[in-house]
Design a protein around this ligand. Sequence first.
Ligand code: URP
Length: 383
Amino acid sequence: MAGELPSVEACLERYIPASDLADVKRILYGGEARKLNLPDAAVSAAQERDFELLGYGFDAAPEQLRRPRIVRVGLVQNKIPLPTDTAVAVQVAALHKRIEEIVEVAAMCGVNIVCFQEAWTMPFAFCTREKLPWTEFAESAEDGPTTKFCQELAKKYNMVVISPILERDEIHGGTLWNAAVVISNSGAVLGKSRKNHIPRVGDFNESTYYMEGNTGHPVFQTQFGTIAVNICYGRHHPLNWLMYSMNGAEIIFNPSATIGTLSESLWPIEARNAAIANHCFTCPINRVGTEYYKNAFTSGDGGKAHHDLGHFYGSSYVAAPDGSRTPGLSRIYDGLLVVEMDLNLCRQVSDIWNFKMTGRYEMYAKKLTEAVQPYFTPNIIRE
Ligand SMILES: NC(=O)NCCC(=O)O
């Protein structure tokens, strides 16, 4: 979008004096992330295919009894390639094609686990409150065309694929869900994780389409690490992150769709804080671009009807358990962020900070059990 700042990091690089830049990065990002050497073929393919390609690495200290557990994750952010009034099947096919060309580059970069953005096969059309044609984008998580497409990618590239889609569950009355399908590198569907928290903010009218998820906090044991998916608005709920961590997640992906005016100042904080609080890696991903709808819609606030939800600001990044983080991908371009991580860092940081040992979970569990009762009285001490 014309006039949008391409990237905060590029701005810092350009305007902070060289003598101060290392300190600024240490304070803002927890240090200068190690740059990955990505293959020339991948760099030129990304250029030809018109997307940004960045690579960083997080290291852990060598241990005597455990070998390093190195994994490469790939975070994909993209615009919708076609106008929102193009035929549904044509839009889906164009998105499959776009993702295929990005995943091919991810494979060249040695990515083991790739994750796409929330509802990646469609425009984020829930703002409109119209049912058709948007509900036609919904597919079976188990054997829909997008899952089949991702299974082929997973087998071809020996890669775990996380595919967040609008799910139609035919077995339960054709209900709709916002779900992430997790496909093993063998090509088998490992399972799905449904979005637990549905936004009721601004034009994010998702509650018109689907309900809060009923799959809890599943964690998937893959060949490359133990992973979970906390979809978008769940990012604002610290206990949601905690529960994935309680189930043993070492990497929590956060595929999202969110806009500048609402959440951009929260974006660098929430997932990074979750990585710190839970001794794990977190991977927030956001789409890019502004999606235009032919029929105007209102926000129910007396304001003018409008044709778009706002600017999706990308800025996908990875945060590590020690609180350091990579720079973000661009705010406006499609991109692939490749991040190498040694999962041994999770336990190493846990042994330093001990949040799992010092957390007073019993006390919280007891009080929360009381607090959700209708006749709860808060413990306020007055004079
Ligand atoms: N997709 C979604 O849940 N967006 C809500 C806005 C936000 O969480 O920033």
